[in-house]
Design a protein around this ligand. Sequence first.
Ligand code: GLN
Length: 232
Amino acid sequence: QKIKPEKETYVIASDSAFAPFEFQNTEGKYEGIDVDLMKAISKMQGFNLRMDYRGFSAALQALESGQADGMIAGMTISDERKKNYDFSDPYFESGIQIAVKKGNHAIKSYKDLKGKTVGAKVGTESADFLNDHENQYGYTIKYFDSADQLYDGLKIGAIDAMMDDYPVIGYAIKSGQNLETPIAKESGGKYAFAVKKGQNGELLQMFNEGLKELKRTGEYNKILHQYISTDS
Ligand code: GLN
């Protein structure tokens, strides 16, 4: 089904570092699952695309203020977010997880986080989860603006543990970062493309149509497996 674009160019806000969904390669160019999906869908549906990799909470703000028409950033669908955004069909099943420095055997369950400092990226599902369980487990939360700062924070010992989406931690471990995940992940989060509630409906429709087509042709699986190996 062909939907007519209503704008000359659609600005899509994204995270600045969220590998393997969006990240800068060795040439400084952005690539990743979100990037490839968005490019393939815009091509297929015939609309012009300008990606704006500004960071997760900054992307939310860009959508809010109308500086961006849409957002793709490994963004998890939630009831709370549904109040402000319209979500596409989900395109990836995710979940969040605690990570610690490799070799840290002191943390084996949430209870072991008592008195510790746990980091998360501001505005994320992980930040919400940590906030919801802060009193229960007795840790202190430290918020970071970007993944680089968060992962560095753990490396240099500014935090004892961190929470992030599990495929992102998994990708970091595969890329050689000294992390481990002693606590089972919280499953259930699904990623979707989003627009501001009640706006850019045609863009949302084009995304859904394009995604359906990419799944039908096998292109979706190709993109996924380019960044995530099936054995993980
Ligand atoms: N999936 C998480 C969320 O939606 C994290 C997204 C991100 O950091 N880019 O909150």
